[in-house]
Design a protein around this ligand. Structure first.
Ligand code: TXA
Ligand code: MG
Length: 342
């Protein structure tokens, strides 16, 4: 397949590109598009065959459900039923934005879109290009992150092309995404509602509306609740080790020195403050410890940079798990604990 790569540059080109991309989705094709979190790989949510194409393009197991993206709050009731009041309050407060909610699905939404489940994950993204595309495509775009299964999610058009060139009809490039980590996912089908994946909308923010909300314990991921969690996630190619403690810099440097003697190519993931202290083959800097948003934003491009450098092993510091730092540490822990592969 020949992939058309369209950079969103000026308004006229935008309108044209988006109309064309919307038509491709309506015809059952695949379009990679920007959102404020990470890039998505979109198809018509009501077209079962198109949803199956997503799984093929990503190399993703078909029991791992897709998120349905909408471009206005009213569309929620066309894909979800039994939407509780608290969910409407969350939508009022956080949509459009990086929050995905899980509900019982409507009858006519194909099971191919929801990985065979009776529930559906729904999100209303804030990126204006995404909103225009969803509207042009008919209002309901099923999309996982636009990476090949098991690789870090893409946060810019170049990273999307690296994974999906030749596998999708169109790639819309709108530059760097804002957040850089996938949306917060909350399951609204249980009582109390449960956060299955942390993201930019934090548990503290959700607690203001749902005081009883619980966080799904990481490490206790069970397949029935969060199917995507059992698969290899967010991972660079080399094994990643998380290091913690008062002498973390010395500890990591020592490990690097030992590995180098064994002939291994070493990578270190660090913050601006500690970066000058490392001697390794590839040092990737997330940003200042004082700017957790910036660190989260850069995580996946740093992980991809390790792949490009061809390192054999990666050592990462642990970072303050407050605010979006919690989601950052969640992704790093997943990158460290790779038990199963897709
Ligand atoms: O920020 C995001 O959420 C991005 C952008 C493109 O919107 N999308 C994204 O999709 O991260 P994906 O497919 O990479 O991750 C969605 C996760 C998967 O782990 C999947 O298993 C879970 O959401 N999920 C989707 N529908 C579900 C459902 N009905 N029940 C339980 N988990 C579900
Ligand atoms: Mg993903």
């Amino acid at each position: 397949m020949n992939t058309e790569y369209l950079r969103i540059t000026d308004e006229r080109a935008d309108a044209d590109a988006i109309r064309r991309a919307g038509a491709v989705i309506q015809d059952g094709g695949l379009v990679a598009f920007p959102t404020e979190t990470v890039y998505g790989l979109g198809a018509d949510a009501f077209n079962a065959e198109a949803a199956q194409k997503i799984y093929a393009a990503k190399g993703r197991p078909s029991d791992n459900p897709l998120i349905v993206h909408i471009a206005d709050i009213a569309s929620l009731d066309e894909v979800a039923c039994d939407v509780p009041d608290q969910a409407r309050q969350l939508a009022e407060r956080f949509w459009p934005g990086p929050l995905t909610m899980i509900f019982r699905k409507c009858e006519n939404l194909p099971k191919e879109t929801t990985g065979g489940r009776d529930t559906v994950a729904v999100r209303f993204p804030s990126n204006t290009c995404a909103q225009a595309l969803i509207a042009a495509a008919g209002g309901f775009v099923a999309a996982p992150s636009a990476n090949v299964s098991g690789r870090p999610s893409p946060t810019n058009g170049t990273d999307v092309m690296e994974d999906l060139d030749g596998r999708v009809d169109i790639v819309l490039d709108d530059g760097e995404t804002v957040v850089g980590l996938e949306s917060t996912i909350i399951d609204m089908t249980c009582e109390p509602p449960e956060i299955l994946r942390p993201g930019a909308v934090t548990v503290d923010q959700i607690r203001e509306i749902i005081p009883a909300v619980v966080q799904h314990a990481s490490g206790a991921d069970d397949e029935a609740r969060a199917p995507g969690m059992k698969y290899r996630h967010y991972a660079p190619k080399a094994p990643l080790h998380l290091c913690n403690g008062a002498v973390v810099v010395d500890q990591i440097q020592m490990a690097c020195d030992e590995d180098k003697q064994k002939g291994l190519k070493t990578g270190v993931l660090t913050c601006t403050e500690n970066a000058p202290f490392y001697r390794a083959d590839c040092v990737q800097v997330l940003g200042s410890e004082r700017k957790p948003e910036e660190m989260a934003h850069r995580l996946y491009s740093c992980l991809r940079a390790f792949d490009r450098a061809g390192v054999d092993v990666i050592y990462s510091e642990c970072f303050n798990p407050e605010g979006i730092g919690y989601a950052l540490m969640n992704r790093l822990e997943k990158a460290e604990n790779q038990t199963e592969t897709e």
